[in-house]
Design a protein around this ligand. Structure first.
Ligand SMILES: [Zn+2]
Length: 81
């Protein structure tokens, strides 16, 4: 299954034809459920490396900072290091 880009316009400055993705397809690509290079749709499964073209995803971009409220509070009387 492949993500299909749609024509969005023509850039007269560069002479390039521009294509875009639907919101859901764009989210698939940015979140690791689709390939940004060959636009393979991974069918709802996250892949760090595309099994079609071999594109390697920057997995460090997928790691988010731990929310502060998840961290233990040392001033809490029940806190034990
Ligand atoms: Zn790919």
């Amino acid at each position: 299954m492949t993500i299909i880009p749609t024509y969005t316009g023509f850039d007269e400055g560069t002479g390039r034809v521009l294509f875009g993705l639907s919101d859901s397809d764009f989210n698939k690509v940015t979140q690791g459920y689709g390939c940004p290079t060959c636009l393979e749709d991974f069918g709802g499964v996250y892949h760090a490396k595309c099994y079609v073209c071999g594109h390697q995803r920057d997995v460090s971009a997928d790691v988010v900072e731990t929310p502060r409220y998840w961290l233990p509070d040392p001033s809490d009387p029940d806190y034990h290091a």
